[in-house]
Design a protein around this ligand. Structure first.
Ligand code: SME
Length: 175
């Protein structure tokens, strides 16, 4: 997809996503619809969220092939984006040391952290079956999409053990 086409598509989608989630407080419902929008609009190979629970990212709503359910802090592309608190673009997953391969069809990847009150509370992960799929335009607009999140992520942030005392049990339910 040409850069200008891609940027226009993101610009069209942003208000649509805002509209889709604005009156719905349920986290799962909103995350599920957002991955559906991105998958349908761009046809990405895999689109999904991982949510921070304790010292792991746990698989959330996604569209695509079966994925690994838990990723430790600092591991893989997702754990790196969490640890380094930044968007990570991987043009060729085979060149990324420690990449976690959920599917051999995945060739390139972008992971955008979700922030709530300055803490990373999850990540948006997108995989492509083509090399070099993602660039600064994706980072910019996916970043804007993740900024919509705090509207309904505050509830989950309060429930994740990252905000609870160190020894407390992770809470399994993040509705
Ligand atoms: N490749 C990711 C793991 C998640 S899947 O791509 C869905 C990573 O290295 O963190």
């Amino acid at each position: 997809m040409k850069s200008t086409t891609k940027e226009k598509l993101y610009q069209t989608l942003l208000p649509q996503i805002q509209e889709l989630v604005k009156d719905e407080p349920d986290l799962i419902a909103n995350l599920a619809n957002i991955v559906a929008v991105l998958k349908q609009a761009f046809g990405f190979f895999w689109v999904g969220f991982y949510i921070v629970k304790g010292n792991e990212l746990v698989l959330g709503p996604f569209q695509g092939t079966i994925a690994c359910t838990r990723i430790s802090f600092g591991k893989g592309v997702c754990g790196t984006a969490w640890k380094e608190r930044r968007t990570v673009i991987v043009p060729d997953v085979e060149q990324f040391h420690g990449h976690i391969a959920c599917s051999s069809e995945s060739k390139s990847e972008i992971v955008v952290p979700l922030f709530e009150s300055g803490e990373v509370v999850g990540v948006l992960d997108i995989d492509s079956d083509r090399l070099n799929e993602f660039d600064a335009i994706d980072a910019k607009y996916l970043g804007k999409i993740t900024e919509i999140m705090p509207l309904f992520l505050s509830a989950v942030a309060l429930r994740t053990s990252s905000l609870l005392p160190e020894n407390s049990e992770p809470i399994g339910n993040y509705e």
